[in-house]
Design a protein around this ligand. Structure first.
Ligand code: ADP
Length: 170
């Protein structure tokens, strides 16, 4: 699948059409990748989200401009908090990836999109299980949507990098 790439690094540095944010429901910023994205985008992002986006349900996604980021847009999605695995976590995580891609397609001029490892930080989703869901959901979507040219999985920690490298056969 030559439309999927893996990199290790900071998602806020990428000059892609859209980066995905692992946000919380308020969309007003938080810790981890969410905090890094808000810091790099500048205070305009929080202001925009408060005014126009307001809220995002778990498993859904909404789009904003990238403001001071090198990426043109930020797609904010909310992954599930891990509560042992019997609380719809797998479906909600798949939905977070799928809805992010749907929002990108609906927007029209997004061809390259970068994902962090949603829910695998503070939200505690097991990393191997999350990677299986992320890769399967993205592959299925790309098969149906040739208009998305590239999806980049951006891993930040060594463990996620190793897991994705192995699962993607790289
Ligand atoms: P969640 O609340 O969805 O678990 P976190 O931000 O806590 O979100 O973690 C999600 C993933 O983002 C983790 O794998 C973490 O290592 C990673 N991460 C943290 N900062 C960055 C960054 N600047 N760029 C890319 N990934 C990051």
């Amino acid at each position: 699948m030559d439309r999927i790439e893996l990199i290790k690094g900071d998602i806020t540095k990428l000059a892609v059409d859209a980066i995905v944010n692992a946000a919380n429901n308020s969309l007003l910023g938080g810790g981890g990748v969410d905090g890094a994205i808000h810091r790099a985008a500048g205070p305009e992002l929080k202001e925009y989200n408060r005014k126009y986006l307001k809220w995002c349900d778990t498993g859904d996604a909404k789009i904003s401009p990238g403001f001071r980021l090198p990426a043109k847009y930020v797609i904010h999605t909310v992954g599930p908090v891990w509560r042992g695995g019997n609380n719809n976590e797998d479906e909600l995580l798949a939905s977070a990836y799928r809805r992010s891609l749907e929002v990108a397609v609906e927007h029209g001029d997004i061809k390259t999109i970068a994902f962090p490892n949603i829910s695998t930080g503070v939200y505690g989703f097991p990393k191997e299980r999350a990677a299986d869901i992320a890769i399967k959901t993205v592959k299925e979507f790309l098969e149906q949507h040739p208009e998305i040219e590239k999806v980049i999985f951006v891993t930040f920690d060594d463990e996620n990098y190793r897991i994705y490298k192995q699962k993607l056969g790289l």
